[in-house]
Design a protein around this ligand. Structure first.
Ligand SMILES: Nc1ncnc2c1ncn2[C@@H]1O[C@H](COP(=O)(O)OP(=O)(O)O)[C@@H](O)[C@H]1O
Ligand SMILES: [Mg+2]
Length: 378
């Protein structure tokens, strides 16, 4: 028997249109509470309760479309009232609409940070840190107050990439740690406390404790945006961070091979599970740019991320080529956005940063629906 997958389900549902809004149920973010078990499928269609009657036919159509999928035995679609949308900025400090973050009564983790974006990937080595640092500089170049939080406890790279080789100071009252600055961005990293090449052998709960402390006990000050360089992978640590930190959204970095291997999809699904909006996909090492002759070689094929993003119902934010200059500058503490702002690569990062920021503003103004259907697979 073929297994029913979330992708197949969403694909089937993306053929069903909301007659009033003219777009499909998936891209309108109306599908939630997906549960798939042994061929039995259930999901909800979120609607304005006033439309319950007129949407009944759409519900039936959706059921029918899913029922036609191979492996589906039963389908249950229910109409539910839409949940509150938007990220609650301005609704009492650092509100967030995802139902995660600091629990009530607890001091909020990062009270003066207006938006937080996780930079994640399905696996390591795809250029997550390189992307984080260059996006951070590009956002700072837009006049924003930017912080970078290096959550990669086992392999912190922000000290090296931001060119910071110092230890952080304490605040005068000795209660908090001050972040370090370079290239106009604030940064906190385990790498400031432990040498980069020292193996860090910690168990999961210790990692979480350290991460929470680095967020809570660091005097970040007022920030417009904090980028989190996430640890690689999509395991428990990543999931816990996404639940504990009031993320505004996430961007997924992937290479063309990564996309072929579906690692990127794993990253995407993790955020969808915890209802963090995925702002989009960035394809890194998209093609090889020869610095000598300017030739572009599409070693791993090209355009995979763009079509994959479309298939997964998330936006494509842009591509960055494989170029030795990008590596040398970021590994040398002078990321290309800072050291070669005129280069086309710096421009590519700036264009991505602008797209990301536009989306953050949209989410904060509450004008956009979450793009992410809630997926629960038992
Ligand atoms: N677009 C790129 N072109 C060339 N080298 C890159 C590019 N992106 C990343 N790298 C290099 O690849 C290595 C891994 O990148 P890194 O950002 O540390 O990945 P991750 O954080 O995902 O593990 C680094 O040496 C980095 O300089
Ligand atoms: Mg990294």
């Amino acid at each position: 028997m073929s297994n029913v997958t979330q992708e197949a389900l969403l694909k089937a549902l993306s053929t069903i249109k909301d007659p009033e809004k003219g777009a499909d149920l998936v891209s309108l973010g109306m599908i939630s509470g997906v549960a798939i078990k042994d061929g039995h499928v259930a999901f909800a269609i979120e609607i304005d309760p006033a439309r319950a009657k007129s949407m009944e036919s759409v519900r039936q159509e959706a059921e029918k479309a899913v029922h036609a999928l191979p492996g589906v035995l039963t389908v249950q679609a229910v109409l539910t009232g839409e949940r509150k949308k938007g990220n609650g900025q301005g609704q009492g400090g650092h509100g967030h609409g995802h139902g995660h973050g600091a629990t009530e009564g607890e001091k909020p983790l990062v009270p003066h940070v207006k938006s937080i974006i996780a930079v994640a990937s399905g696996k390591g080595g795809v250029g997550k840190s390189t992307t984080t640092v260059n996006l951070a500089l590009a956002l700072a170049g837009m006049g924003l107050k930017v912080g970078v939080f290096d959550a990669d406890i086992y392999g912190p790279s922000m000290p090296r990439m931001l060119g910071i080789d110092k230890q952080p100071d304490m605040t005068e009252d000795g209660q908090s740690i001050l972040p370090l600055h370079n290239h106009g961005v604030a940064c906190m990293s385990m790498g400031f406390l432990v040498p980069e090449d020292a193996p860090v052998i910690w168990r999961g709960p210790m990692v979480m404790g350290a991460l929470e402390q680095m967020l809570r006990d660091v005097e970040w000050g007022e920030l417009d945006v904090m980028l989190i360089d996430m640890p690689p992978g999509t395991g428990d640590t990543q999931l816990t961070i996404s639940q504990k930190v009031p993320l505004t959204g996430a961007v997924i970095v992937s290479t063309p091979q990564d996309i072929a291997l579906l690692d990127a999809r794993r990253g995407l699904n993790m955020f969808r599970k915890v209802e963090v909006p995925v702002l989009g996909l960035i394809e890194n090492m998209s093609y090889y740019h020869c610095p000598k002759c300017g030739h572009e070689a599409h070693i791993f094929g090209h355009g995979g991320a763009k079509s994959e993003a479309a298939r997964l119902g998330c936006d494509f934010l842009g591509e960055v080529p494989l170029d030795i200059e990008i590596r040398e500058t970021s590994d040398g503490g002078q990321p290309i956005v800072a050291s070669k702002p005129e280069s086309p690569h710096a421009e590519a990062y700036r264009a991505i940063a602008k797209k990301v920021w536009d989306k953050v503003l949209l989410i904060q103004s509450g004008k956009t629906a979450r793009q992410t259907p809630k997926i629960v697979v038992e």
